[in-house]
Design a protein around this ligand. Structure first.
Ligand SMILES: Cc1ncc(COP(=O)(O)O)c(C=O)c1O
Length: 251
C-alpha cells in the first residue's frame, strides 16, 4: 500500500497541521485496517528556481522522514514536476499599453502596464503559485522605478499577471518585458482563447551544452540497441553534427 501527497504540498510545512502528520495518520489507519504500507510518495511542489529554498526543503523532508518514519521498510519517493521545468524557459512579452496613476501634483505614483500575454496563455496563476516570475525590462533601465501592476491584454477583469512590482516608469508601447523561470505550467497549459496566438518558442543552448546533449543522446540510443526509425536515425546523424544543429537553433 502506498500513500501520496500531491504537488505543492511540500510548501505547507508551516501550516497548522504539519505535513508529516497527514501520511502518519494514513499509515496508522492503514495498519489498523490490516495493511502494511511500504511506500510514501511525497509528491511534487519543489521549486525549480531557488536552490537555497530547495536545500531547505530537502533538509526538512529528510529530518521529518527520519523522525516520523524511522522504519527501515518504508521507501520514500517524490514526483518533482516544476523542479525540472521551471528554469528552462524565459518569456518575453511586449508592452501594449499603460495607464498612469498620478497624485494631485501630477507625479506618477503607480502604473498599470498592459502586455501581450494573459492568464489564458502563459500565466496560469493557480499552478504558478510560489514560482511566479517578476518581470524585468529588456532595455537598459533609465527611468526611476515605481510600483506597477502588469495586466494581460485579454480584457478579462481577472487578467492581472503581477501586482505591486517595481518597474521603470518610462516603458513605452513596444518595449519588452522579460520573465525568467517560466517553464512550468505555462506554455503546456496555454490556450488560444479568443484567438490570441501562443508565444513563439526559440530554442537556445550554449555550444557546450548542445554538444553535451548530442553526446548523451548518442549514448542513449546506442544503449537502446540502435535507432529504430528513420526519424531516430536522422536525429542521431544530426546531433553528431552539433555545430550545425547549434547554428540551426540559434537562427
Ligand atoms: C500526481 C502529480 N505528481 C506530481 C506533480 C508535480 O507537481 P509540481 O509541478 O508541483 O512539482 C503533479 C502536478 O500536477 C501531479 O499531479
Amino acid at each position: 500500500m502506498t500513500t501520496r501527497l500531491l504537488g505543492r504540498a511540500v510548501f505547507r510545512w508551516s501550516a497548522s497541521q504539519p505535513l508529516h502528520e497527514v501520511p502518519m495518520e494514513v499509515f496508522d489507519d492503514a495498519r489498523t485496517s490490516g495493511f502494511q504500507p511500504y511506500l510514501l510518495d511525497i509528491g511534487g511542489g519543489f521549486p525549480g528556481n531557488n536552490d537555497q529554498l530547495m536545500q531547505d526543503i530537502a533538509q526538512h523532508v529528510n529530518s521529518a522522514i527520519s523522525t516520523f518514519f524511522p522504519e527501515q521498510d518504508i521507501k520514500v519517493i517524490a514526483e518533482p514536476g516544476r523542479y525540472v521545468a521551471t528554469a528552462s524557459f524565459t518569456l518575453t512579452t511586449t508592452v501594449t499599453g499603460r495607464k498612469d496613476h498620478k497624485n494631485e501634483k501630477g507625479q506618477i505614483t503607480s502604473i498599470k502596464y498592459i502586455t501581450d500575454d494573459s492568464v489564458f496563455i502563459s500565466f496560469k496563476h493557480f499552478f504558478m503559485i510560489y514560482t511566479l516570475s517578476h518581470p524585468r525590462p529588456l532595455k537598459a533601465e533609465n527611468g526611476s522605478e515605481v510600483e506597477c501592476d502588469v495586466w494581460g491584454d485579454s480584457c478579462a477583469a481577472m487578467d492581472v499577471l503581477v501586482k505591486c512590482v517595481a518597474l521603470p516608469n518610462d516603458l513605452r508601447v513596444g518595449d519588452r518585458l522579460v520573465w525568467f523561470n517560466m517553464g512550468a505550467y505555462t506554455l503546456s497549459m496555454a490556450s488560444e482563447f479568443c484567438g490570441f496566438p501562443l508565444p513563439h518558442v526559440y530554442r537556445v543552448a550554449s555550444k557546450d551544452t548542445w554538444a553535451d546533449i548530442g553526446t548523451r543522446l548518442k549514448l542513449l540510443y546506442q544503449r537502446q540497441r540502435g535507432p529504430r526509425s528513420r526519424e531516430e536515425r536522422k536525429l542521431i546523424t544530426e546531433t553528431s553534427h552539433t555545430d550545425q544543429i547549434f547554428a540551426k537553433l540559434t537562427v
